[in-house]
Design a protein around this ligand. Structure first.
Ligand code: GLN
Length: 490
């Protein structure tokens, strides 16, 4: 592997400034890496080769002119294919948006461009971000670089696999119920879901708007902190984006965890948890203890309701968000006599043809939960229980600074293994979903490997807008361990 591909953001920026190599050379190294790995990994849905090289050349001109203040100047990045990018196909891994070219940039894409980042391409995902394995993509499954027979996690499977395969430096994904943290755990990289409202969702194709949040993937905590800082902040175009100052997330990365209170929720060590995952997480707890953190047992008593609540609210919101795909304005319209018998016939044939099975399942579940006669029994009830889950965390955070658990109960599973069993697929997110329901920030970072060589993820959840504390805690763990340095055998 080209040695440029090992470098993190800070080292790259230093080298670019010192003219050790150019942004164009770096971009070419990544484009070659993409060519080399894509046949096996399939993390990308589109690669923007020529555009990337011209952006890299522009970065080189800036550097030559002595203007190198942009935080991601010349850094090759990639984004999940549900983030709109002007003039570029944005498919959401769905047939229904197969030919959709976004007419504008998502705010995060604008911020990447303004920061000088070189966008290499758009990354694979489960269709409309519904899934935990990337197998629901209409354009083929992404393979886990650690073992090509296993899933990379989902829905941001391409974003995680690309960072693990070193086919981009950092990437962006989105997390509605675990879609950043679970694939990060499966692929042995760092993935962070920030506080709801931390990053603008303008130009993110919506799945469940009260839960969706964009976030970074990186090979180490520092890179994640840099990317987070670059794309965070208030945006008048997203009314749910928070008007909170964006701190320098890299500032306290070396501050350690002495005196920090870390809570271990008893409810998160669930039945059926893989014993190697549990052992790695318990080991991580002792690393924090050695570093001077105070470990406390805590309880989040409504945890068992998180999954059922999520699978009412997320599909309910999805059924409403996805109503716009009717074959008229966006994407695929079904041709043929039978389809055009009536307007309704055209709608239903387009949707029948354009959506995959999981998306249809969610639309039906959500429509049912919102329908008259069932609304109170399902939707309203779920909202009430969501409040109880939020209160659990509020009470816990009166006592601790961080809540620690595994990210997922099992490591990456084999492709095809859970495809016919939606419930077992849904269980992949049992430890990540509560944090979305409560709007809290959470990170997943590598904390070990199974005997079969698959990565294990550690989840750290913090108070609202306490991303800095989470990153500081994760950085302390990273400094004390070497898991993040092991590369997949690709
Ligand atoms: N796997 C979960 C789902 O299928 C979460 C997806 C996500 O976070 N986008 O809904």
């Amino acid at each position: 592997m080209n040695e440029l591909l090992y470098l993190g953001i800070t080292e790259i920026l230093e080298n670019l400034r010192a003219k050790e190599f150019s942004a164009e050379e770096l971009t070419c190294a990544y484009l070659e890496r993409i060519q080399e790995t894509e046949r096996r990994v399939h993390a990308y849905l589109s690669v923007l080769g020529d555009e990337a090289i011209s952006v890299a050349r522009a970065a080189d001109r800036k550097i030559r002119a002595g203007d190198h203040d942009s935080p991601l100047l010349g850094i090759p990045v990639a984004v999940k294919d549900l983030l709109c990018m002007n003039g570029v196909k944005t498919t959401c891994a769905s047939r229904i948006l197969e030919n959709f070219e976004a007419p504008y940039d998502a705010t995060v894409v604008t911020r990447l461009k303004d920061a000088g980042a070189v966008i290499l391409g758009k990354l694979n995902m489960d269709e409309f971000a519904m899934g935990s394995s990337c197998e629901q993509s209409a354009f083929g499954t992404t393979h886990n670089p650690w073992n090509l027979k296993t899933i990379p996690g989902g829905s941001s499977g391409g974003s995680a696999a690309a960072v693990a395969a070193r086919s981009c430096v950092v990437s962006l994904g989105s997390d509605t119920g675990g879609s950043i943290r679970q694939p990060a755990a499966c692929c042995g990289v760092v993935g962070m879901k920030p506080t709801y409202g931390r990053i603008s969702r303008y130009g993110l194709i919506a799945f469940a708007s009260s839960l969706d949040q964009i976030g970074p993937f990186a090979k180490n905590v520092r890179d994640a902190a840099i990317l987070l800082g670059t794309v965070s902040g208030h945006d008048p175009r997203d009314s749910t984006s928070a008007d909170e100052p964006v701190p320098d997330y890299t500032e306290s990365l070396e501050a350690g965890v002495r005196g920090l209170k870390i809570g271990i929720p008893t409810e998160y060590f669930i039945e059926g948890m893989n014993p190697e995952v549990e052992a790695a997480v318990r080991e991580a707890v002792s690393v924090f203890e050695e570093q001077g953190a105070e470990i406390l047992e805590i309880s989040l008593p409504h945890t068992e309701y998180a999954l059922p609540v999520y699978y009412i609210l997320a599909p309910a919101e999805a059924s409403s968000n996805l109503a716009r795909y009717d074959g008229v304005r966006y994407g695929v319209r079904k041709d043929g006599e039978s389809a055009y018998g009536s307007l309704f016939g055209m709608y239903s044939a387009s949707r029948e043809n354009g959506f995959g099975d999981e998306v249809k399942r969610r639309i039906m579940l959500g429509t049912y939960a919102l329908s008259s006669g069932y609304y109170d029994a399902f939707y309203t009830k779920a909202q009430k229980v969501r409040t109880l889950i939020c209160r659990d965390f509020k009470a816990a955070f009166d006592m601790v600074d961080i809540v620690l658990s595994a990210t997922a109960p099992t490591p990456a599973f084999e492709i095809g293994e859970r495809l016919d069993d939606p419930i077992s697929m849904y269980l992949s997110d049992i430890l990540t979903i509560p944090c979305n329901l409560a709007g809290l920030p959470g990170i997943s970072q590598p904390c070990g490997f199974t005997s079969g060589g698959l990565p294990i993820g550690l989840q750290l959840v913090g108070k609202p807008f306490a991303e800095k504390t989470i990153l500081q805690t994760a950085a302390a763990f990273e400094m004390a361990t070497t898991h993040h340095k092991v590369l997949p055998p690709l």
